[in-house]
Ligand binder design. Structure first.
Ligand SMILES: [Zn+2]
Ligand SMILES: [Zn+2]
Length: 281
């Protein structure tokens, strides 16, 4: 698998000189399978640049999977250029959600007067296939996919991708310190992520911020770090970067995490997920 992070910012896109290193685009992750399949997780604003790249490479077929329907994970979809290219085929999977979940997301985000092109206009529709229902576990090409419910307002899913015994676990918008309806507990997430080669987890808040943001659906970075350590993952990336977190502030958090890891004498690579990072598993 080759994994690319096209956006890791949480809640709303950011811009400005203090947000260059980690980037301002919201959630979008691309996985290239050995079978050649392209799997896209979420359609945050990062999907716009991914779309341009796929067109440049003349890729004709893509799979999209959603973690949930909050704005920052869907608002890039109308700007994903491959949906306007004749002959392209886009498989939009509802994953473990009810059958029409993904279709409803697209219909809602592409709807006048919020967007001038309505979903279902004839030039788009024949290219989008909503029929695929992914069971849990399921496969897209050579990649096996498992899902776990998120502890997040309105629910959602985290995913595990496995190919050739290499594992990538992606859990964003997940509050480890509070149980939202339908969510799982710390131990469930630990088991799900156990021994992952690459683990990206929501690490939005500091302890100070969390005094005001408990129940918002996101984790303390220290809780995410504890989960990564207890799950014995090999590489851990802090994800869903707070919209006010400058590059310098994020660097400080990474330094604190690395100090903690060093003190515990653990072999684990820790970083904050930034736009355009790629990982080969
Ligand atoms: Zn989010
Ligand atoms: Zn969310």
């Amino acid at each position: 698998m080759r994994i690319t992070c096209w956006g890791s910012r949480g809640s709303i896109p950011t811009s400005g000189k203090n947000y260059v290193k980690y980037g301002g685009d919201t959630t979008c992750i691309e996985i290239r399978a050995q079978s050649g399949d392209i799997i896209i997780i979420d359609a945050g604003t990062g999907i716009r640049r991914l779309g341009d790249q796929l067109i440049k490479e003349k890729c004709k077929e893509h799979h999209i999977l959603f973690t949930h329907a909050h704005w920052d994970h869907i608002l890039g979809f109308p700007f994903f250029s491959p949906i306007y290219v004749p002959g392209n085929l886009l498989h939009i999977h509802s994953g473990p959600f009810p059958a029409n979940y993904a279709k409803n997301i697209i219909a809602r985000v592409m709807h006048p007067p919020n967007f001038p092109v309505g979903y279902g206009e004839s030039f788009m529709q024949p290219q989008i296939d909503f029929t695929n229902k992914l069971n849990n576990p399921s496969h897209i090409g050579s990649v096996k996919i498992c899902a776990i419910p998120l502890s997040h307002p309105n629910g959602g899913y985290g995913y595990k991708f496995i190919e050739n015994n290499k594992t990538f676990v992606f859990i964003t918008d997940n509050e480890l310190n509070y149980h939202h309806q339908g969510g799982k507990g710390f131990e469930d997430y630990r088991q799900f992520a156990a021994n992952a080669d690459l683990f990206l987890h929501d690490a939005e808040y500091t302890a100070d911020e969390y005094k005001k943001t408990k129940k918002f659906g996101h984790s303390l970075y220290t809780d995410a770090l504890e989960l990564a350590i207890k799950a014995k993952v090999k590489r851990f990336g802090l994800f869903h970067i707070n919209q006010r977190r400058t590059d310098a502030a994020m660097d400080e958090i990474v330094t604190l995490c690395r100090q903690e890891i060093a003190q515990k004498k653990i072999q684990m690579d820790c970083f904050a997920a930034a736009r355009d990072m790629t990982f080969n598993l």
